[in-house]
Design a protein around this ligand. Structure first.
Ligand SMILES: Cc1ncc(C[n+]2csc(CCOP(=O)(O)OP(=O)(O)O)c2C)c(N)n1
Ligand code: SF4
Length: 535
């Protein structure tokens, strides 16, 4: 079989395609976005008619993936870690319904928060849902796991969670492909009631999930991804998972690791290997990227708590991602520092692009709202979050997708009137719409600015589900037509935009202002694509 040079995320996409995928459902989010983009660009996926359009948010993506798995086909759902909070309801319930065709949920975590609001660890969600969790330690494993995950899912009749972290997602290596499998035929679940989670059925389904736990643990004990690796020096044993294993091996690239190692890449924890390690070694070092979940579990279920070292006792930093140097320090090895960074390499703070439409929106907003005083602009997540930085200093919050409208409503309820909020077009259809409905029902005095650049710009300019629909959605939700104001935010319209903003801030009810101008980066990328297509 040929070797392909792939990023970790691309390896997952190719593994899923080769493993019989019928549909990918996703909402973009770094570092997971390229899984879906790879399927979107794949000729093979197009020939096989694999579903690959973006979903409005992670919850709708997961539910659609579950629907495909209900119909007997193999589906993959992809998101970044915080997306799993949005999809948590169907995710946890999908472990109770179970699946018919295989369902793989891929979640990319971002320890050190390179492009995220937190560094939550999705392995907790897998444990919470009580389903098997896969965590690749390299790109080949990512490919193999995606390929085989559908069989595992169909064997247990449960969704499978695959968790990876940024460095694995975004580094590249050669991948050996496996023979391509056909897609499943459409079929109905054997138990026609299993997807109807009425309490009487849900209780029965939940018992089945609990009964499956022993077999799921046995599968982890015997998984080819989990290993006990012999080592002569028993003064220490090492438990490591995912990319932590890669970093460990990097420290012993010229010699064998002298300590016994348990490599964990399929959860629940392979108790068999861990008990052996505890029996043989004087102390235990846990190396894991993300939260100290392995460390917590082994401390809980094995007696000799004092011999476990890791993030919880300060042997490794409590937060941030792992790297080979942190691992070296924990192993007591010399930390080899690289060359000093040359002076001309300086940190470049993120900034809105010159010519970005959000700039004109913030210039007008700052001028319009000044008379009411500070602290009343609730924003959301997207390029426009950079309005928090100088020279704009225009926003006062950014919490999670959709929180701008709802927080403005709550602040207005508390008497902060007027309250304004800024949200992007993609974020609006992701999770802003339902908050707008709350505000309309209570006629809250808020001014909603949907800064529409006709793209999901922050994650690379993917199509936005809001495209061409925003004013119709707002009207449908019940915003009064005369308080839906649309304007092109360019310099020559600055005074007009300020006038509109002042009028709507003074209105005692819900108003929506839609400054609409395409993202210039997306525009220039689209132009290039068109030119290339003409050649
Ligand atoms: C729950 C969740 N899913 C995905 C993301 C990743 N993400 C951050 S901003 C954004 C979209 C922003 O698009 P839009 O609202 O249109 O604003 P723009 O960047 O175009 O200005 C996405 C997908 C996230 N932070 N949280
Ligand atoms: S990518 Fe687009 S939306 Fe983001 S800052 Fe640049 S121009 Fe603005």
């Amino acid at each position: 079989m040929q070797k392909l040079l792939l990023l970790g995320v691309e390896a997952i996409a190719q593994g899923a395609i080769d493993g019989g995928l019928s549909g990918v459902y996703a909402y973009p989010g770094t570092p997971s976005t390229e899984i879906t983009e790879y399927v979107q660009k794949s000729k093979e996926a197009a020939e096989k008619n694999i579903h690959k359009d973006w979903s409005a948010n992670e919850k709708t993506a997961l539910e659609a993936g579950l629907g495909m798995a209900y119909a007997g086909k193999r589906a993959m759902v992809c998101m970044k870690h915080v997306g799993l909070n949005v999809a948590a309801d169907p995710f946890i319930n999908s472990a109770v319904t179970g699946v018919n065709g295989g369902l793989l949920v891929v979640v990319a975590d971002d320890p050190s928060m390179h492009s995220s609001q937190n560094e939550q660890d999705s392995r907790y969600y897998g444990r919470f849902a009580q389903i098997p969790v896969l965590e690749p330690s390299n790109q080949q494993e990512a490919y193999d796991m995606a390929y085989h995950s559908f069989e595992l899912s169909e064997k247990f009749g449960l969704p499978i969670l695959m968790r990876l972290t940024t460095r694995l997602a975004h580094s590249r290596t050669g991948i050996e492909q496996l023979p391509v499998k056909p897609q499943n035929e459409t079929s109905l679940p054997k138990d026609p009631k299993q997807f109807i989670l009425l309490p009487v059925i849900a209780r029965r389904r939940y018992k089945l999930l609990l009964e499956a736990q022993e077999a799921i643990l046995e599968a982890a004990n015997n998984s080819k991804y989990n290993k006990y690796i012999e080592g002569a020096d028993k003064s220490m044993g090492i438990i490591t998972g995912g990319i932590g294993y890669n970093y460990l091996m990097e420290n012993y690239s010229e010699t064998d690791c002298p300590y016994p190692v348990v490599k964990v890449s399929q959860y629940p924890l392979p108790k068999k290997h861990i008990e052996r390690l505890f029996g043989e070694c004087e102390k235990i070092l846990v190396l894991e990227d993300g939260y100290p979940i392995i460390e917590e579990i082994v401390k809980d279920y094995l007696e000799s708590c004092t011999k476990v070292h890791g993030r919880l006792d300060g042997t490794l930093p409590r937060d941030g991602e792992l790297n080979p140097d942190i691992v070296a320090a924990a192993l007591g090895l010399e930390v080899k520092t690289g060359e000093d960074t040359p002076e001309f390499v300086t940190n470049r703070p993120p900034a809105l692009c010159i010519g970005c439409s959000h700039i004109d929106v913030y210039k007008a907003l700052n001028e319009s709202i000044e008379q009411y005083g500070k602290g009343r602009v609730f924003a959301d997540i997207g390029c426009y979050t950079l309005g928090a930085l100088p020279p704009f200093n225009a926003i006062d919050s950014c919490v999670d997708m959709g929180a701008s409208i709802t927080m403005a409503k709550g602040a207005a309820d508390a008497g902060l009137v007027p309250a304004a909020c800024v949200i992007g077009d993609s974020t609006f259809t992701h999770s802003g719409m339902s908050g707008l409905l709350d505000a309309v029902i209570e006629k809250s005095p808020i001014t909603v600015i949907i800064s529409d650049n006709e793209a999901t710009a922050m994650t690379g300019g993917q199509n936005s589900s809001a495209f061409g629909r925003i004013e119709a959605i707002c009207e449908g939700i019940g915003v009064e037509k005369e308080h839906i104001r649309i304007i092109n935010p360019v310099k020559k319209n600055h005074d007009e935009l300020v006038k509109i903003m002042k009028e709507e801030l003074a209105y005692n009810g819900v108003s929506v202002i839609i400054p609409r101008r395409p993202c210039i980066q997306k525009l220039s990328r689209d132009k290039k694509k068109k030119r290339a297509a003409k050649k």
